[in-house]
Design a protein around this ligand. Structure first.
Ligand code: GDP
Ligand code: IMO
Ligand code: MG
Length: 432
């Protein structure tokens, strides 16, 4: 049986925590897209682990973790994460726990440099994406341009690999002066022997692995990164990431799609909204409709610890947006929701006892719509139409106020809220 878990908003919904919780029953946990732009925080017994690349099932000793071919893999980040987990006593031998698809594309130094150069040169313009600066966009670009380097390519003979590396570097040469590019070429070549040595024992034919898992009835959990609203096709383009974050992506980025035929898809959503990087969202607490919102947003950021797990950037805060969530359910292929972090708002005086939920948007000409628009430029100009809900005492389905909120969410988006998170720890989640 397969389960796919996706972010249903703009990332950081609490996916890592839910994956860690569900992994108790999983034989295999699979990342199928994104790279170390992700930051998934897990709390177990008061101890925090942050993972960027290794799937969030790793803390369960019998679960194996696969990095699928849809992922863009920075080997230096992988080795750093492995050594941190070893030091923490999570495993002794990574070969027993971590597998890497031979077809996954590598993030090499030139791709990280290009990401940073573009970010710095576009600052203050509408072309600034506010990426995590980890080389994700350029890596997918190199892949689509057919100049990318895959894990398996490391094991070509030196002359063949050098030719491939030249094609990659040449494709991005216009960003650099010749001396700088040459220094990057030399630095990259010096990394290759270490990459070859460390990746070879982890490298697998992921299709064969997943076929075996399917044929032998294993429980497989597919772990999405980012969120549906950051999807390259269905998110707030161009302020999105460079991979596909919807459920069908799992059958491409970890290719044995037959295993997904009877899968269930869980979308993780926070009770409120957050976003990092550029790009608007209609319910952001910017204070233009209500001056108190800025203060409320700051209080939520502080209470919820809303700072990026990858870059440390403060996350932008907003009210719940059911128009966006229903869009995510539809395009993501989501069957049920895990609703997280309702506990953060309990007892928060700044809320004034009221929680707002958008169920439509009003344009400048007064027309109303409850469909999420395709044009990102207009998002900050739309006026959300809110329904008010009383703040709950406990983020628990037995709390009447929280139950009312859950019922409205389910009614609007058309799928059930199956899980409720009420704290960061592994155990602080219940299944309805
Ligand atoms: P991810 O990227 O989707 O895995 O989410 P992040 O780990 O980046 O951010 C979610 C944050 O919220 C982390 O610090 C989690 O420990 C925390 N968290 C997750 N679920 C809950 C919850 O139900 N309540 C509270 N208070 N914190 C949670
Ligand atoms: P997790 O898995 C939140 C955002 C960046 C930026 C845009 C593009 O922890 O939810 P990229 O580096 O991917 O080219 O940046 O996407 N972004 C995330 N936001 N959580 C993430 O991952 C993100 N990964 C990328 O902030 O706006
Ligand atoms: Mg995160």
């Amino acid at each position: 049986m397969a389960t796919i878990l996706l972010g249903a908003q703009w990332g950081d919904e609490g996916k890592g925590k839910v994956v860690d919780h569900l992994s108790a029953k999983a034989d295999l946990v699979v990342r199928f897209q994104g790279g170390n732009n992700a930051g998934h925080s897990l709390w177990v017994g008061g101890k925090k682990t942050v993972l960027h690349l290794i799937p969030s099932g790793i803390l369960h000793s019998r679960t194996r973790c696969l990095i699928g071919e849809g992922v863009v893999l920075d080997p230096q980040v992988l080795f750093h994460e492995i050594s941190g987990l070893k030091q923490a006593g999570v495993f002794q031998d990574e070969r027993e726990r971590i597998l890497v698809s031979e077809r996954a594309h590598l993030i090499l130094p030139v791709l990280k440099e290009v990401d940073l150069i573009r970010e710095n040169s576009s600052r203050g313009t509408s072309g600034h994406i506010g990426t995590t600066g980890r080389g994700i966009g350029p890596a997918y670009e190199a892949k689509a341009r057919r100049v990318g380097i895959r894990v398996i390519d490391l094991y070509s003979d030196d002359a063949t690999l050098l030719g491939k590396l030249d094609r990659l570097h040449d494709a991005f040469a216009h960003h650099f002066d010749p001396d700088t590019l040459n220094e990057i070429r030399v630095r990259t070549w010096a990394l290759i022997p270490g990459f070859r040595r460390s990746l070879e024992p982890l490298m697998v034919d992921s299709t064969a692995l997943l076929k075996h898992a399917h044929d032998s009835g294993q429980e497989v959990l597919f772990e999405g990164a980012q969120g549906v609203m950051l999807d390259l096709d269905h998110g707030t383009y161009p302020y999105v990431t460079s991979s596909f974050t919807t459920a069908p992506s799992a059958g491409i980025g970890a290719a044995f799609p037959k295993i997904l035929r009877s899968s269930r898809v869980i979308g993780v959503a926070k009770v409120y909204l957050t976003r990092v990087g550029s790009g608007d969202f209609p319910t952001e607490m910017r204070g233009d409709h209500d001056p108190d919102e800025v203060r409320i947003g700051e209080a939520i950021r502080k209470a919820g610890g809303e700072f990026g797990a990858t870059t440390g950037r403060p996350r932008r805060i907003g009210w719940q947006d059911l128009v966006a969530l229903r869009h995510a359910v539809e395009v993501g292929g989501i069957d049920e929701i895990a609703l997280m972090k309702g506990d953060v708002l309990c007892g928060l005086d700044e809320m004034g006892g009221v929680f707002k939920v958008a169920t439509a948007y009003e344009g400048a000409d007064g027309t109303r719509s409850d469909r999420f628009p395709a044009r990102a430029e207009i998002l900050s100009k739309l006026k959300p139409v809110y329904e008010n809900f009383p703040i709950w005492k406990h983020a628990h389905p037995d709390d009447p106020a929280f139950a009312t909120l859950i019922a409205r969410i389910e009614d609007f988006i058309g799928v059930p809220v199956r899980f409720v998170g009420f704290g960061p720890d592994r155990e602080q989640i219940l299944e309805r």
